[in-house]
Each structure stands twice: as structure tokens, then as C-alpha cells.
Write a protein that binds this ligand. Structure first.
Ligand code: UTP
Length: 295
């Protein structure tokens, strides 16, 4: 029987430079996909996957993230006085239960691995999930839920992977795999391999289930690509002693941390809403063109 995945870390302390100037004063994670901050969708995915406690890593200029998940007393009273009860109810339902969301500060943006490590004391000695808040992963069944289920069956670590066209592999972090009696396991991770050298066309996407030993590795991890403490570097060390299994996600992923993915996500989510679809005014063919532009 595997230990349940109860906690999820959402690192949200980066600068979001690819979305400047929007992110000069607005956290990238609060940019809206239609009428909800992208982070809202990610937190909802975590809770829909059975997570009981979400830990958001924030930093300077990110205070609005905490406010978004707080009970907005004045707003609630004002909406109810104006008779707007359905809207007030919707906002209240969207606020996580008290104690089910915590915030930890990453004082310096030293990389994704460092951001995950800052949550170590809140996670403690148990396996946990990581969700990247700019990766909107749309599917009938939440990506993280499938990964949590895989962990319940086989234990170890699980990373979400997706398939790209082989000629695009040089744009991504690519995994190499080896078959075992219990299904494939990850044997290597290569960040943006030179064209023609990629070991597969499966790239790491934005969800992880990790064992707590990763924290000890991150503690000693030296800066890697971009001078940042990289989660993938720590995972390379972890895989020397523990299995990392791939979960191939087959839904739609939008990288909302860059303009093409952000626009495509907004078009997709608006087109899926009956009240907004007529305003989007584009056909599915145009959407798939937009999706290709993301890759
Ligand atoms: P990204 O590399 O996509 O975010 O990290 P970024 O650094 O904010 O973006 P750019 O490259 O400057 O445009 C993935 C997630 O990890 C968080 C980010 O906030 C983002 O949600 N992150 C990254 C941290 O929390 N701390 C860091 O030091 C770096």
C-alpha cells in the first residue's frame, strides 16, 4: 500500500519574463484565462486529484496571489446586498477551505528546484505532487489524478510526459525510457537536445509526483542551466536510487507562460463555453493552428 499523495507544491515565485510587460506588476500566475486566473485552474486540478493541502511558493510582488485565495468579506457583503447571490456563492465555493492552502516565500528566484525545496518543511517526510502553474493541462480526467493513481499502484516517482513531433524535440526537456516488467521507467533527461540527437520524442510536461528524498538532493544541488537550481538535475540524481515512471498525458496542454500558449488557452477555453463561443468566432481548425504555434 503506497502512501497517499496529500500535498501539492505550486511554485509561483518566478519573474515571468516571457510575459513582460504584463508581469511587471501582475504575477504571471494571476493572468486570466477567460475570467479565472490561470493559477485558479491549477489549484482546482490539485483538489480534483485528491490533494488535501496546496502549498504555493510565492515571492516579492506576488502578494495578490494570497489575496486571491482569501475570503473577500467586503466583496461578499457588497454582492449580496446587491442581490447577486449566485455570483457571491460561486466566488465563495471557489475559495479553498481554511487550512487547505499555505504559502511559503522564496526570497530569491533561484530556480524551480530551489522553489520546490522551500516547501520542504510543510511537506515533511511524505511523497508529494508538484504542479507548474503556467501549464494549463485540459482533459476530462485531471492529469495529476491519473498520476496519483499510477503512484498508488506502483509507488516511486511519476512525471507527466507528452509527445512532440520528432523535429521539435530540440525545443523541450526530453526523457529516455527503458521497458521493465512493470512498464517503462525513465533513464535520462536531456534539456533541449541538439537536433537529431534526442533519445525520444517524449518531453517533460508540468506535473510531478515525487518522493521526499528529492529534498535532500535539492539541498546540495548546485546551480545548473541558466545559473538556476534545476528540478531536473535533482531528478537525475534521484533516478540513481529510485524509479521515475512516465505518465503520458493525452489531453491538451497550453504553456500560459508565453504569449502563444496564453492566447491559445484563452481561445480554447472561451470556445468551450456556450456563452462565449459566439464571440470567439473561430472554428476548431483555427484553434488547432493556434495550438501548433505553441509548440
Ligand atoms: P518558469 O521558468 O516557467 O517561470 O518556471 P519564470 O522563471 O517565471 O518564467 P520566465 O522564464 O521568466 O518567463 C516554472 C514555474 O516555476 C516558478 C515560476 O513562477 C513558474 O510558475 N518558479 C521559477 C519559481 O517559483 N521560482 C523560481 O526561482 C523559478
Amino acid at each position: 500500500m503506497q502512501q497517499k499523495i496529500r500535498k501539492a507544491i505550486i511554485p509561483a515565485a518566478g519573474f515571468g519574463t516571457r510575459m513582460l510587460p504584463a508581469t511587471k506588476s501582475i504575477p504571471k500566475e494571476l493572468l486570466t484565462i477567460v475570467d479565472r486566473p490561470v493559477l485558479d485552474y491549477i489549484v482546482a486540478e490539485a483538489f480534483a486529484s485528491g490533494i488535501e493541502h496546496v502549498i504555493i511558493v510565492t515571492g516579492r510582488m506576488k502578494g495578490a496571489i494570497e489575496d486571491h485565495f482569501d475570503h473577500a468579506f467586503e466583496l461578499d457583503v457588497s454582492l449580496r446586498n446587491a442581490g447577486k447571490h449566485p455570483l457571491a456563492d460561486r466566488i465563495a465555493q471557489n475559495t479553498p477551505a481554511a487550512g487547505s492552502i499555505s504559502f511559503v516565500r522564496q526570497q530569491q528566484a533561484r530556480g524551480l528546484g530551489h522553489a520546490v525545496w522551500t516547501a520542504r518543511h510543510i511537506v515533511g517526510d511524505e511523497p508529494f505532487a508538484v504542479l507548474l502553474p503556467d501549464m494549463l493541462m485540459v482533459a476530462d480526467r485531471p492529469c495529476l489524478k491519473s498520476m496519483v493513481d499510477l503512484h498508488a499502484l506502483q509507488g516511486g516517482n511519476v512525471i507527466a510526459v507528452e509527445r512532440c513531433a520528432p523535429e521539435d524535440a530540440h525545443k523541450f526537456g526530453i526523457v529516455s525510457l527503458k521497458p521493465t516488467a512493470d512498464g517503462p521507467i525513465v533513464t535520462g533527461l536531456v534539456e533541449k537536445p541538439a537536433p537529431g540527437t534526442a533519445p525520444s520524442n517524449l518531453y517533460i510536461s508540468g506535473r510531478y509526483v515525487l518522493q521526499p528524498e528529492i529534498f535532500d538532493i535539492l539541498e546540495k544541488q548546485t546551480p545548473g542551466a541558466g545559473g538556476e537550481i534545476q528540478l531536473t538535475d535533482a531528478m537525475l540524481t534521484l533516478m540513481e536510487t529510485q524509479a521515475i515512471r512516465p505518465f503520458e498525458f493525452s489531453g491538451r496542454t497550453f504553456d500560459c507562460g508565453m504569449p502563444a500558449g496564453f492566447v491559445a488557452a484563452n481561445l480554447h477555453m472561451a470556445a468551450a463555453r456556450p456563452d462565449l463561443a459566439p464571440y470567439v468566432g473561430i472554428e476548431i481548425e483555427a484553434l488547432s493552428l493556434a495550438r501548433r504555434a505553441v509548440a
